[in-house]
Each structure stands twice: as C-alpha cells, then as structure tokens.
Write a protein that binds this ligand. Structure first.
Ligand code: 5GP
Ligand code: ZN
Length: 112
C-alpha cells in the first residue's frame, strides 16, 4: 500500500519518534506549525475519521489517553490543541487517520 504513514510505521521512512507501542506511533510533524507539533497515528491503517466504526472505536480513546500522558510529560500545562483533518474540505493530505497535537504557543481560533 502506498501510504506515507504506513511506511513511517514500518521504518521505511525515518521520523522523529516520541512514543511507540504495539497499537500507535507518535512522531514529530516534518513541517511544524508550533514549537510542539506531533502526530498520533494508529498502526492499523484507517483512512480517516469517516471510517471509525464500532469495530475500531477503541483505538480513538486509547490515542486520547496517550495524548493526555505525553502532553503532561511535555509540561503543556497551559493547554494544547488536538486537530483531526478529515477529507478534502477538512484539509486532510495523508489518508491514514492522524491527530495533530500542537502546543507551546498561543494558538488562534477559528481556523481559516
Ligand atoms: P494533514 O494535512 O493530512 O492533516 O496532515 C498531514 C501532516 O503530515 C502534515 O502536517 C505534514 O507536515 C505531515 N507529514 C507529511 N509527510 C510527512 C513525513 O514524511 N514525515 C513526517 N514526520 N510528517 C509528514
Ligand atoms: Zn497507512
């Protein structure tokens, strides 16, 4: 399968890994939009938020638990932002579901 994030999971493409276990990979975004900007992906190839179902739903809560743990370790006590871009209108460019976590600066709202 021609998926950049599956290749990152398989170490065919290098990345700066922050955390890894049997279910997920967390690595720095190659084009950071904030001093802290990492991506959280399931190792299972799920195309987007459109494909979340009763069969694969547990990975989403697992991802959010790990985000809570890692942002605490990184001392992001003033907060941070979790972003999931879904589909073309949502600005998704890699079709393997991922959650951006951005922090360490004040972020504007709403997005453009
Ligand atoms: P999207 O636009 O789909 O929400 O986010 C995709 C993100 O993946 C972008 O922020 C982009 O910088 C990041 N990205 C794309 N290719 C690579 C890569 O090869 N390595 C890493 N670390 N990040 C990537
Ligand atoms: Zn993939």
């Amino acid at each position: 399968m021609d998926c950049i994030f599956c290749k990152i999971i398989n170490k065919e493409i290098p990345s700066k890994i922050i955390y890894e276990d049997e279910k997920i990979l967390i690595f720095n975004d190659i084009n950071p939009e904030a001093p802290v900007h990492f991506l959280v992906i399931p190792k299972e190839h799920i195309e987007s938020a459109k494909k979340i179902s009763p069969e694969n739903k547990d990975i989403i809560s697992y991802i959010f638990i790990k985000i809570a743990e890692i942002t605490k370790k990184l001392n992001l006590k003033n907060g941070f932002r979790i972003v999931n871009n879904c589909g073309t209108d949502g600005g998704q460019t890699v079709n393997h579901i991922h959650f951006h976590v951005l922090g360490s600066r004040k972020l504007s709202w709403p997005p453009g």
